[in-house]
Design a protein around this ligand. Structure first.
Ligand SMILES: Nc1ncnc2c1ncn2[C@@H]1O[C@H](COP(=O)(O)OP(=O)(O)OP(=O)(O)O)[C@@H](O)[C@H]1O
Length: 611
């Protein structure tokens, strides 16, 4: 596992302040996305915030009028309370309105946030699908994807903060205007009180992000440990092997390191935050004393005192809030950067995909001197592989574990590219075809096929999801793969939920799952079928039945079978024996048996095992 995390806060890879600010350029694009999510709600939220922005100063102003009026009425001989009660009524109405507006804001924010979060999750899923498998296996890239994915909630918070920031800014401007009107000097005090805590906030939030970013890989490891430590799929092994302490220790050690660094930062942040807040309070009292002095000297009225001290108090709070929100925004904007960088990842093909895809495979595939090593690995997995698969041919790949059989199919499917050499289809390099059109040629069942915890019907239909509602086709595919026998015993038949994750789910045995997965291959009328050890969990009779059907049904189709069972392999037209990334032998069963090399030895060994 990559250990590139920050060992301390002094590490060089800390995110610079400039980087934090430069991430803010993503905010307008972010707003554009929210606007597109739901224009009406966005407008409603903006209008409510605009009203909300003016309310504080208006309420304070009405308060000032009420106090001045009370003093006026209590000092005069002929009293008239009409104006006073009118303003009291107005203040009441304004406070009710203020509550209404803030509730409307949180409601629209949460609705908008939910809709946006759904949209961005969909975008991430779609983008992940467009990205090359080789890139998805790259740990640095995976970290980026992880940050983009896990920060969905953070982006919703960012939306509220950013919209709230605009509201605060208008509020601040109106309150400042009031202060300037009566006592412009107070502004200086205000600025002095706020700057230190602003710098404090910005500095710490940037440190926080650096820490979290530097620890992405470890947080992933922590998530993984949490997953295997508390999960029904791993529970059997964890209990039997007594792994709980091992996992708990590993989890604790790793999280303790992170916790300590985080704690150090949080304690410093709180301590300094407290000091700067005292400074803010001091300046408030300075202003307060100044205003009292002005009232006593008869320069301003008691109502104005209430208005000014109220404005000053509110301004200090608003400004503090503004700055702390601002730091949260810069922090989230850094994650926003990760998100946009992820969805902007160029998916322009590396090669000119300028050849029309053939309607039908004419001559077949050819591997020409193909060498391959996986990205970031020096290990040569394929070392100069040369062979042809003719159209309509059934070929089997055999060889020991790790020989490179699955890797050959991954190259054929263009999940990876040869490091050197080329693969041709009807004489044309396969890179010259549009990748998605090319991949449509194949129906593949992998060794590590996925067990979707969906219904049986959906599990089969994933082979050709456009046919999800074609019950007949799904049934037919299930009959061909022998899955129908399994399904007939399920309570809800094709609508049975599989797996244990969701309510009323039914778990299947390994072989039963394989039969269901195999049905996927029959859903698609693909030109080339690839079955990578699709029958390893089937009993001997089922395997023989499945293969007989497979061979019969794929007459005229090109197919590739990877299997360790020679009873299956021998049914292929030709067999390719791979050994440590090189072709050792290739030919029919009879030819290879006559060859008396590895194939014959392995075949003999297995045959003896069955005696
Ligand atoms: N994604 C990957 N990244 C790096 N190395 C890999 C990756 N996948 C496989 N390998 C390595 O490539 C080698 C060949 O693996 P491959 O899966 O092609 O073998 P195989 O012949 O299909 O084996 P088996 O019979 O066990 O399925 C192995 O040494 C394996 O460790």
């Amino acid at each position: 596992m990559a250990r590139s995390r920050l060992k301390s806060l002094k590490d060089k890879e800390k995110t610079s302040l400039r980087k934090s600010f430069s991430a803010l350029i993503y905010i307008p694009r972010f707003f554009k996305e929210i606007w597109k999510t739901n224009k009406k709600r966005f407008l409603l939220s903006a209008i409510c915030r605009l009203i909300g922005a003016f309310l504080p100063v208006i309420i304070l102003w009405v308060g000032k009028i009420i106090i001045d009026e009370i003093i006026l009425q209590s000092g005069s001989e002929v009293t008239n309370f009409t104006r006073l009660w009118t303003f009291v009524g107005l203040e009441f109405a304004l406070i009710v309105l203020s509550d209404l507006v803030s509730r409307a804001i949180s409601l629209t924010d949460s609705l908008l946030g939910d809709a946006y979060s759904i949209n961005s999750s969909v975008t991430i899923i779609k983008k992940t699908n467009q990205i090359d498998i080789s890139l998805l296996e790259d740990s640095e890239f995976y970290d980026k994807l992880e940050r983009a994915r896990t920060q969905t909630a953070g982006r919703v918070g960012l939306m509220s903060n950013a919209l709230g920031e605009i509201q605060s800014l208008i509020s601040i401007a109106t309150l400042v205007a009031g202060l300037i009107y009566f006592e412009p000097y107070l502004i200086i005090l205000l600025v002095l009180s706020i700057i230190p805590s602003f710098i404090n906030e910005i500095w710490f939030s940037q440190q926080q992000y650096s820490l979290a970013r530097g620890w992405t890989a470890e947080r992933r490891e922590l998530d993984y440990l949490r997953f295997i430590g508390a999960n029904n799929q791993t529970a059997k092994e964890i209990k039997l092997f007594g792994l709980t302490d091992f996992i708990v220790d590993r989890f604790k050690n790793l999280s303790e390191e992170y916790f300590q660094l985080n704690k150090k930062l949080a304690v410093k942040r709180s301590a300094l935050g407290f000091v700067f807040n005292v400074l803010g309070t001091l300046s408030y009292y300075g202003a307060y004393i100044f205003i009292i002095y002005r009232v006593v000297s008869g320069v301003i009225t008691l109502g104005e005192l209430t208005f000014l001290s109220g404005s000053f108090n509110r301004l200090t709070r608003n400004l503090q809030e503004f700055f702390s929100k601002f730091t949260r925004i810069t922090e989230s904007a850094l994650y926003l950067k990760d998100y946009f960088e992820f969805i902007d990842l160029s998916i322009v093909p590396k090669h000119k995909e300028d050849q029309p895809i053939p309607e039908k495979i004419m001559s077949g595939f050819e591997f020409r001197d193909v060498h391959f090593s996986y990205p970031d690995s020096d290990n040569d997995i394929l070392k100069g592989v040369n062979f042809k698969i003719s159209a309509g041919e059934k070929m089997a790949f055999v060889g020991q574990n790790g020989a490179g059989k699955t890797t050959l199919t991954k190259l054929l499917l263009r999940f990876y590219e040869p490091t050197s050499g080329e693969i041709l289809l009807d004489g044309i390099n396969i890179n010259r075809f549009k990748k998605d059109a090319y991949q449509k040629f194949f129906g593949v069942i992998f060794q590590d096929f996925f067990r979707y915890e969906f219904t049986v019907k959906e599990n089969i239909a994933v082979g050709d999801i456009a046919e999800l509602d074609n019950q007949e086709k799904i049934k037919h595919a299930a009959e061909l793969s022998l899955a129908s026998e399994v399904i007939s015993e399920l309570k809800k038949g094709y609508d049975q939920q599989l797996g244990k994750r969701f309510a009323k789910g039914q778990e299947l045995s390994g072989g039963q799952w394989q039969k269901v997965a195999l049905a996927r291959a029959y859903m698609k009328n693909a030109e080339v079928m690839i079955l990578d050890e699709p029958t390893s969990a089937l009993d001997a009779k089922a395997e023989s039945d499945v293969f007989k059907r497979f061979i019969g049904l794929t007459q005229g189709k090109t197919s590739l079978i990877i299997s360790h069972r020679f009873s299956t392999v021998r049914q292929a037209d030709r067999i390719l024996v791979l050994d440590e990334g090189k072709i050792l032998e290739i030919g029919t069963h009879e030819q290879l048996m006559a060859n008396q090399a590895l194939y014959a030895q392995l075949f003999q060994l297995q045959a003896e095992g069955y005696q």
